[in-house]
Design a protein around this ligand. Sequence first.
Ligand code: FAD
Length: 395
Amino acid sequence: MPDTSELTNFRRSVRDFVLTQLPDDIRDSIRRGQQLSRERTIAWHEILAANAYLVPHWPREWGGQGWSVSQQLAFDEEMCVHDAPELNSVTFDMIGPVLVRYGSDAQRTRFLPAIASGRQWWCQGYSEPNAGSDLASLATRAERRGDHYVVSGSKIWTSYAQYADWMFCLVRTDAQTKPQEGISFLLVDMKSPGITVRPIVGIHGWVVFNEVFLDSVEVPVANLVGEENRGWGIAKSLLEFERLKLARVGENKRRRARARAVALERVLGGRRIADEPWFRTRFAELDMRLAALEANAGRFIARAQAGETIGAEVSMLKLRGSQLIQLWEELIVDALGEDALPLDPVVLDGGCTAQGLDAITGTASSRRFLSRGYTIAGGSSEIQHNILAKQVLGL
Ligand SMILES: Cc1cc2nc3c(=O)[nH]c(=O)nc-3n(C[C@H](O)[C@H](O)[C@H](O)COP(=O)(O)OP(=O)(O)OC[C@H]3O[C@@H](n4cnc5c(N)ncnc54)[C@H](O)[C@@H]3O)c2cc1C
């Protein structure tokens, strides 16, 4: 969907904002592929909140701006292309809107202002060691005792649980019925006795993931969202809009720009990589895929904007967008050649002076290349293929 002049102006104002307000040290860290601390991330949240840019997609009543779907996606794209940190979608896109829609008045009043201030951090406790793609088989139990649930079990791959103040969690409250019908949606204070967070260091060196163990954790019944045993419907309602965002057009554009910059800068055997036929062919192919992704995303955005349901076809955006990111990163790594190798903490900490920007780009690219998370998180590529085959093609 091409930008209207109104949307073009909107984009320009977002671009001006990110170019002038994003602190240089945070921008540099993102370019270098460094992990931001909780404190620096919250500092950025506060800048966004002060400019009404943190939860603009929420209803006005709760601090939002009532932005359209096109505005939200244009905003995300400009932020991404200009190296702003990716916002914690679990906090701002998932639990906030869930509480707006399904939360009790008391839950909304308690949590939404804290989230909108940028200072409260949430994590998502869905996956378990034996329940990932097959989420409905989750086994963490919650037994009701008076005005509390007692929760025991374990979650895994819980992104940024080490920073989180709260976790929204799927738990089994009835083991006698069909798997989807015995699940409830609970809000768990991460400071509760009985919670242990064990970080998992990824192949890229970052600590994103955690295991979260719950050992007889007491959770007030007041922290149940919606009705008991009706949590699956809430969990699923998060997914459609999520897949629209998971086209990740902005992230793809950021990587395209990086591939172009590396190829223009690198010279091998007296020739710029950008002039090499192999590079040009692959770049052109990926560029066409990106144009197709953006055009398709535009179709879905127009439908969402018109209030139509998006449907299972949206899985194609998640599938293509996540695969394309990895193909761009592969091209960058190939263009960098041996300079893509270092995964050296000294380089990461800015201690490397050799080749300046190249070393930084190389390090950042190796890390991104090694991480295959985009094609797994939010439903793996195989699961997207299944959805498209069964629900769209009727196979
Ligand atoms: C970057 C990242 C962040 C994440 N953050 C969170 C988080 O914050 N909170 C959270 O709860 N979870 C999180 N996850 C976990 C994520 O939801 C799961 O990894 C995902 O659902 C897959 O589950 P699994 O890892 O158990 O793999 P499995 O489901 O065991 O799958 C293993 C392999 O089998 C394939 N497979 C499985 N079932 C089928 C099938 N029916 N047909 C064909 N192939 C199949 C899969 O595609 C995969 O290749 C995150 C994951 C990643 C990568």
